[in-house]
Design a protein around this ligand. Structure first.
Ligand code: TYD
Length: 134
């Protein structure tokens, strides 16, 4: 089942009295080559993001600041991951319905993606997603 591939990945942390540092490296911390990086910020209270699946794109999501929930759904089961620290992230396999919600004030979501932006990779219709995921 595809949701089994979704997982929280701890990132290296360099603790320092001058401030802490974390890092993500291809192959070491995440399994895919990073083709794209985007971030979501200034989310008004109560808003949701996502609400779609990707046919091919894989993602790694980090709460660089603040907190939010990522809800993953493989058409059979749903799982909620709460992200609230910048030293771990959530790996989201392809073919999973994902929604992001409960953004705290000033939260900042960093998303590393395995593909370039491609509108035709999106599935926006949940029934179509369920057919696709079979
Ligand atoms: P979308 O992926 O639907 O956002 P979310 O899943 O967070 O709700 O993208 C919102 C808009 O931003 C959409 O019109 C396309 C644009 N966009 C890009 O141009 N490039 C990108 O890499 C991404 C992720 C979105």
């Amino acid at each position: 089942m595809k949701l089994d591939g979704a997982k929280i990945i701890d990132l290296p942390k360099t603790l320092d009295r001058r401030g802490n540092l974390s890092v993500i490296e291809e192959h070491k911390n995440i399994s895919f080559i990073i083709k794209r990086t985007y971030w979501i910020y200034d989310v008004p209270g109560g808003e949701m993001r996502g609400g779609h699946a990707y046919k091919n794109n894989q993602e790694f999501i980090v709460a660089l600041s603040g907190s939010f929930d990522v809800i993953l759904d493989n058409g059979i089961e749903k799982k909620t991951f709460s992200l609230n620290r910048s030293y771990y992230g959530l790996y989201v396999p392809k073919g999973v319905w994902r929604q992001m919600q409960n953004f705290s004030t000033n939260s900042l979501a960093l998303i590393l993606a395995s593909t370039e932006f491609n509108k035709s990779d999106y599935i926006y219709d949940y029934e179509q997603f369920k057919e696709f995921s079979k």
